[in-house]
Design a protein around this ligand. Structure first.
Ligand SMILES: [Zn+2]
Length: 488
């Protein structure tokens, strides 16, 4: 499989440290608010990647952190503490906020068919590991204490700006966004590993450490959790592109300084979701969440389908028109699948499905081209193969795409069968009501007499019978299967 690697800026052949096995790390949410659909786009694409790796025969071990300890909007101890802000807004404790929004995050994931990673670690449960890592960085001379905080010394590295070599000045914290500079830092891009002196004196969550009571910096979370759950050679690290700098850059700095060797070989970054007005999370003043989409009548899986229709390395523009188009395509696809008759696929069907599944594999092997993967679904629908072969191929592909296609088609087919049964029952009930009519025998006899008259070419008599019945309020209906009657 070829996968674009942010570290090499090329589409590399995906190779793992241990053959057949993938260790995969995902930066989890900061749980101070509902996740917006832009962030969820990243989780959807990462989910597809994990499922495709499984499909391709790899055994995937995946871990994710939950940022439930103060995450500052900048490394210079400026900006806001998001967790604290969320707690104040809702008059709850930080831990209550964290639990509530962690649950909300996974509920959204479930609706979007995003599998929960095998290992999920709340940052607050790993404080000892963070302290151990910071201690070792100090010991090895990669960190220093200043003004009560522990900082990572980026000047100790041969290379710090691993993802963006060109714009080092623009990227440096302190230059970016006019953020006020932290005078304790030796170098502009140094970052905090452990805070004891913070401008947030009312920080709710604090822990003892060799450097005083305080709390960890944000970046140390992911390094320590990844190293302790997935080992010291990581195959794949994922996240939104906004995490590449400074978060992932700092993760690499501290992990490799700690280990003394290269840490993660492949970096998978998903681009932004933007709305027409350029904002990532809001549209016309509304905060875009899964619940909001549901309130507006959209199945969350339609949003997933919408995301899959474009490549993860392209910025995706969100609009309701775009989502409507995705819904029309999704519904049409499901309707086509519902028309197919399910059956246990034979060896012959499996053989017929194989080239179509290979086409899907080719698309996904090409830097996870989900747009082409979705096209492969349509190729199946149009193919001249049996229904069982089609349904088998679609089911295989949907194991990875997870758009719930087979279930939706089954439901639609069952509804259609139910409706057909109800119509049949209604027809039978009407026929039974007629048969129970006291005049039924007499009418049936008249119908028979009319048929005999017709056979004898006595059309005058046949017409007469029809008229006589009509005068009694009975209408005859001639069909290819014979004559029936009903009340006028
Ligand atoms: Zn992270």
């Amino acid at each position: 499989m070829k996968l674009y690697n942010s570290l090499t800026h090329t589409r590399d052949e995906f190779v793992t440290h241990e053959p057949g096995k993938v260790t995969m790390y995902t930066c989890g949410p900061t749980v101070y608010h509902f996740a917006h659909i832009g962030n969820l786009r990243s989780y959807i694409m990462e989910d597809v990647l994990e499922k495709y790796l499984n499909f391709a025969g790899y055994e995937v071990k995946r871990a994710m952190n939950i940022t439930d300890v103060g995450h500052l909007t900048s490394d210079a101890d400026t900006g806001e503490d998001k967790m604290l802000k969320g707690a104040r807004r809702e008059h709850k404790t930080v831990m209550e906020i964290a639990q509530f929004y962690t649950d909300a995050f996974f509920a959204d994931c479930e609706k979007l068919h995003i599998k929960k990673p095998e290992i999920v670690v709340p940052a607050t449960s790993y404080i000892d590991h963070f302290i151990e890592m910071v201690s070792k960085l100090l010991e090895k001379g990669y960190a220093y204490e200043a003004g009560g905080n522990i900082y990572f010394d980026t000047a100790k590295l041969d290379e710090y700006y691993v993802f963006n070599k060109q714009n080092q000045e623009d990227l440096a914290v302190g230059v970016r966004d006019g953020v006020e500079e932290d005078g304790n830092k030796r170098n502009k891009c140094d970052f905090v590993l452990w805070f004891t002196k913070s401008k947030f004196e009312d920080q709710e969550l604090k822990w003892d450490s060799p450097w005083g009571v305080g709390y960890p910096g944000w970046h140390i979370e992911c390094s320590a959790i990844s190293l302790n759950t997935l080992g010291e050679y990581l195959d794949l690290h994922c996240g939104g592109i906004d995490n590449a700098f400074p978060h992932h850059t700092n993760e690499i700095a501290q992990s490799e300084a700690y280990l003394g060797h290269k840490w993660c070989s492949s970096w998978f970054h998903v681009l932004h979701l933007n709305t027409n007005d350029g904002k990532m999370s809001k549209s016309k003043g509304e905060f875009l969440t899964v619940s909001l989409l549901e309130e507006k009548g959209y199945d969350p899986l339609v949003y997933r389908f919408f995301c899959l229709q474009s490549h993860y390395r392209k910025a995706l523009v969100f609009s309701y028109e775009g989502l409507d188009n995705a819904r029309v395509s999704y519904d049409k696809l499901v309707a086509r699948l519902a028309e197919l008759k399910p059956a246990e696929p034979t060896a012959c069907d499996l053989e017929a499905a194989k080239p179509l599944i290979d086409r899907f594999r080719e698309a996904m092997d090409n830097d996870l081209n989900t747009a082409m993967g979705v096209t492969a679904l349509y190729d199946v629908v149009k193919a001249k193969i049996s229904d069982a072969a089609k349904l088998y191929a679609i089911a295989e592909m949907d194991e990875v795409l997870s758009c719930g296609l087979i279930a939706a088609a089954d439901k639609k087919r069952a509804e259609a069968e139910e409706a057909a049964k109800a119509a049949e029952a209604e027809k039978a009930a009407a026929a039974a009501a007629l048969a129970a009519d006291p005049m039924a025998a007499e009418i049936e006899a008249a119908i028979k007499e009319r048929a005999d008259a017709k056979k004898a070419k006595n059309y005058a008599r046949a017409d007469e019978i029809r008229k006589e019945l009509l005068e009694k309020g009975i209408v005859l209906v001639d069909t290819k299967d014979g004559t029936t009657w009903q009340k006028a």
